[in-house]
Ligand binder design. Structure first.
Ligand SMILES: NC(=O)c1ccc[n+]([C@@H]2O[C@H](COP(=O)([O-])OP(=O)(O)OC[C@H]3O[C@@H](n4cnc5c(N)ncnc54)[C@H](OP(=O)(O)O)[C@@H]3O)[C@@H](O)[C@H]2O)c1
Length: 284
């Protein structure tokens, strides 16, 4: 989609997964405000196209839409091929898309848990591997992985999700050190938001529902802005909000099994069966 560019500072092209909603949509605004062109990735093409039209009109940037289901093992190769065919270089990769299920692991749909790992872990790793090559060759780039405060602790009733985020955090910290050591010029960061006001907290097809009060939720806009600015500043681990930083420090100090028991009791109290059948929960 063409753009008659007015501004001179053009930092390059950013690719955002899960671009169509929640924090991902706000990442797109934060990057477009900084004059990045965008590659927007999610499953529902019409949402991405509407966002592309809005971003182009508001920020005078160029947007490309690639619809893909990241639980599909072919998706990452196809996204990479489409980017190359359009002659683009990715300068800023935001691995944001993820899914979550609440409830007892043995009651949740097994395929849905495997798809969660495919999106939250496998696709994230594969996208980073593919796009990091070009960044290292050009000696410049930023990769922002969206983890969670859930990455720091074992969370009963969300156990596969929390474990997937622990992977994202560990992978990011280690990769950041590798890139620093070889002076590649590529910045790797992990963003760890707490409760954020998006549909992820209220999705009716993700097993049990957690009714998190609105007063405890950050806005998606503030989380995205904190993530992009801190990544551009070179921070490796980003936990937005003083309260989240303090609660993570306290939970880290407690024995892991004890912390899990505390959170498990709390989540079992908070989680209620959703209208969708939790036994066969599988998101569309
Ligand atoms: N919300 C929170 O409280 C919270 C807290 C901590 C961390 N996070 C993390 O923040 C990130 C964004 O979460 P969010 O709350 O903004 O989520 P969200 O509102 O549910 O949005 C998820 C985005 O991912 C896309 N998506 C979902 N499944 C996909 C798939 N299989 N393939 C490709 N795209 C897919 C969705 O679009 P389509 O449906 O069109 O595919 C949508 O654009 C995630 O990594 C999440 O774990 C969220």
């Amino acid at each position: 989609m063409p753009s008659t560019r007015q501004h001179s500072a053009h930092p390059g092209t950013a690719l955002v997964t899960g671009a169509s909603a929640g924090i991902g949509l706000q990442f797109c605004h934060a990057l477009a405000r900084r004059h990045y062109d965008l590659v927007l990735v999610a499953r529902h093409r019409e949402n991405l196209q509407a966002l592309a039209t809005l971003l182009q009109a508001r920020y005078d940037v160029t947007c490309h839409v690639v619809s893909a289901d990241l639980s599909d093992p072919q998706a990452v190769a196809r996204i990479h091929d489409e980017v190359e065919q359009r002659g683009l270089h990715i300068d800023f990769l935001v691995n944001n898309a993820a899914v979550l299920y609440n409830g007892y692991f043995h009651e949740l749909d097994g395929q849905a848990q495997e798809d969660l790992l495919a999106v939250n872990v496998v696709a994230l790793t594969a996208l980073t591997h593919r796009f990091l090559q070009g960044m290292v060759a050009r000696r410049h780039g930023h990769i922002l992985h969206v983890a969670s405060t859930a990455a720091w602790i074992a969370i009963p009733q969300q156990n596969v999700y929390a474990a997937s985020k622990a992977y994202v955090l560990s992978f990011s910290i280690a990769l950041a050190d590798e890139q620093r050591a070889c002076r590649s010029g590529v910045q790797i960061s992990a963003l760890c938001p707490g409760y954020t006001d998006t549909r992820m907290l209220d999705h009716p097809q993700q097993g049990r529902m957690m009714h998190i009060p609105r007063s405890l939720r950050a806005s998606a806009e503030s989380i995205a802005e904190a993530g992009i600015s801190a990544c551009l500043e070179g921070r490796v681990v980003i936990i937005p909000g003083r309260a989240q930083q303090l609660s993570m420090a306290l939970l880290q100090a407690a024995p892991r099994v004890l912390a899990a028991r505390l959170i498990g009791a709390c989540y079992r109290h908070l989680q209620k069966p959703a209208q969708a059948d939790p036994v066969s929960a599988k998101r569309s």
